[in-house]
Design a protein around this ligand. Sequence first.
Ligand code: NDP
Length: 287
Amino acid sequence: MTARLLEGKVFAAKIREEAGKKAAEIKEKYGVTPGLAVIIVGENPASQVYVRNKHKACTELGFYSEGVEMPENTTREELLAEISRLNNDPKIHGILVQLPLPKALQPYESEVLEAIDPLKDVDGFHPVNVGRLVTGQKALVPCTPHGCIRMLELADIPMEGAKAVVIGRSNIVGKPMLHLLLGRNATVTICHSRTKNLAEVVKDADIVVAAVGKPRFVTADMIKPGATVIDVGINRIAPKKLVGDVDFEAVKEVAGAITPVPGGVGLLTIAMLMQNTVDAAELQLSK
Ligand code: NDP
């Protein structure tokens, strides 16, 4: 293997440590413990696992944590009322509505996410936070791309002037990643399903971020020798086998640094949620 392995657990531990330190500073300065509320509607087993992990991460860092479990048949009005209660609760600094919502509530997803106070929007999905990110202002940023950029910083991967290619243009990963890299003065290209000559575009990149959702989509011949490859993809190809969007075994022989799947970016997301919660607390308390 030639590439340096960027292990998620190493960076997640650093991000948690930073979040814990900042929480202690907030406690000392304002006498307040950061608090996170996670709303889960219905009984999606995968979502329940995520919610438990979020609660555990909060407990480990000494945050106040509130899990709000609402039944599958919750109405739009009931969900909006719960968000309003949490918006007004001073113990809560971050609010997250676990997605996907049950089918009957899906038409209201944007309305639900926009009902969250932008200062408590730790998922960074509210249009106010999206606008702040795009215009280069302090914003709450979606946890996965925020984790990727923090990992690049902690790993000392140079971004200023680097050519970066992001594959995927979702609101959750690709687009925020584009703006985060731009904010670090990278020259960024974003690719999607209609991009022509994608392999050629990717081959020119010093940093490649793959967020496509297609197993082993990025192959070794697309990678410039020495490039940094960040694999956001999580694809289940067999009951117990997860792979990323990058053909890890082949690409690690060409890349300069690479994240594995599993064990890479996936581990940063909850750590970054903790960081976003302390950032949100600080934003609210400094107002
Ligand atoms: P989406 O499905 O929302 O977006 C996928 C993007 O990939 C789209 O922009 C799409 O283009 C593009 N794409 C699809 N096919 C091609 C192709 N053949 N060539 C070029 N681009 C293509 O996915 P997400 O962004 O939500 O997630 C991406 C991956 O990251 C998934 O595997 C997901 O599981 C994983 N993920 C991991 C997280 C973590 O915690 N680690 C968190 C979130 C996501 P177009 O817009 O033209 O359709």
